[in-house]
Write a protein that binds this ligand. Structure first.
Ligand code: G
Ligand code: G
Ligand code: MN
Ligand code: NA
Length: 250
């Protein structure tokens, strides 16, 4: 169990680091976006995963401070990439539901100089399940400010397809569990259905967790899926390696 004190110290001592994993545009074959993924370089434990950090930070009420650090860092690092490349930042429900979320985002853009159009905010279905009217307003305001909202891990939570219609979202990331066990006998019926619906509703569609060329071909076949992400393209890499990925792609 991570000690709370340890986490506070880590933030103060900049022991956190952002790794990045690309999203590839399937039409151009180029990297469109890099998703920021938190890592903690713990002096004793080594690399600690966000799965172990975020829930504790939420419990402690440290998520707002940590989230602010992540957002600003991601915006600043994106400024070093070509203009065509955006950055995606994961927001936990508590971070998204902070009263000041719009100002947090505006401020991060301002201090970094990053245009809003290069920032994507990834929220999960659980962020949509509480405080509906507030959520609708926050999503519209963020969209008006020019950032894109992306629904992460879609299909794993408790929301329904109607959420895609009822909330102003610009992108859907279909969870990699939709790829499980697919082959000629068990085709991508469900994934294709969700992808088509999302596209018909005007959203960009991402499929996560692409590990093989066969999966890539299957999801690319009908042209509905706009972007893909997964180990086939790249694992999450350190900021210093992003330029190489981009150089190979652009
Ligand atoms: O990178 P990795 O596979 O270890 O990420 C595990 C989970 O942690 C994923 O669900 C991812 O969305 C989440 N995660 C990674 N980085 C962040 C972050 O900066 N903020 C939040 N809220 N979640 C993150
Ligand atoms: O929940 P979120 O989508 O933000 O989680 C991202 C995490 O998913 C990354 O931290 C990464 O470790 C993991 N991931 C990314 N691509 C793949 C993949 O192709 N296969 C598997 N098994 N995990 C992946
Ligand atoms: Mn994500
Ligand atoms: Na995801």
């Amino acid at each position: 169990r991570i000690l709370e004190l340890d986490l506070r110290r880590a933030l103060a001592h900049e022991e956190f680091e952002l790794y990045y994993q690309p999203l590839v545009n399937l039409k151009t074959g180029r990297i469109s976006t890099c998703e920021a993924l938190l890592r903690w370089n713990h002096p004793v434990r080594g690399t600690v995963s966000p799965v172990d950090i975020i829930p504790v930070a939420e419990e402690m009420g440290l998520i707002v401070d940590l989230g602010r650090w992540i957002l600003r860092k991601a915006c600043m690092e994106c400024m070093r990439w070509p203009e065509a490349v955006s950055v995606a930042v994961n927001f936990s429900p508590q971070q998204f539901h902070q009263r000041d979320v719009l100002n947090e985002v505006r401020y991060a853009l301002e201090v970094s100089g990053l245009p809003a159009s290069r920032l994507e905010i990834e929220i999960t279905e659980s962020s949509l399940l509480r405080n509906t009217q507030w959520t609708l307003d926050a999503l519209s305001q963020l969209h008006s400010a020019g950032v894109r909202i992306s629904l992460d891990d879609f299909g794993t939570g408790y929301s329904s397809l109607s959420y895609l219609h009822n909330f102003p979202l610009q992108k859907v990331k279909i969870d990699r569990s939709f790829l499980e066990g697919i082959d000629a006998d068990r085709p991508l019926t469900l994934l294709r259905g969700v992808a088509r619906l999302s596209a018909d509703l005007g959203m960009s569609v991402v499929v996560e967790g692409i590990e093989t060329n066969e999966q890539l071909e299957l999801i690319s076949a009908d042209g509905t899926v706009t972007e893909a992400q997964g180990y086939l393209f790249s694992r999450p890499v350190q900021a210093t390696q992003v330029r190489q990925l981009l150089a190979a792609s652009h």
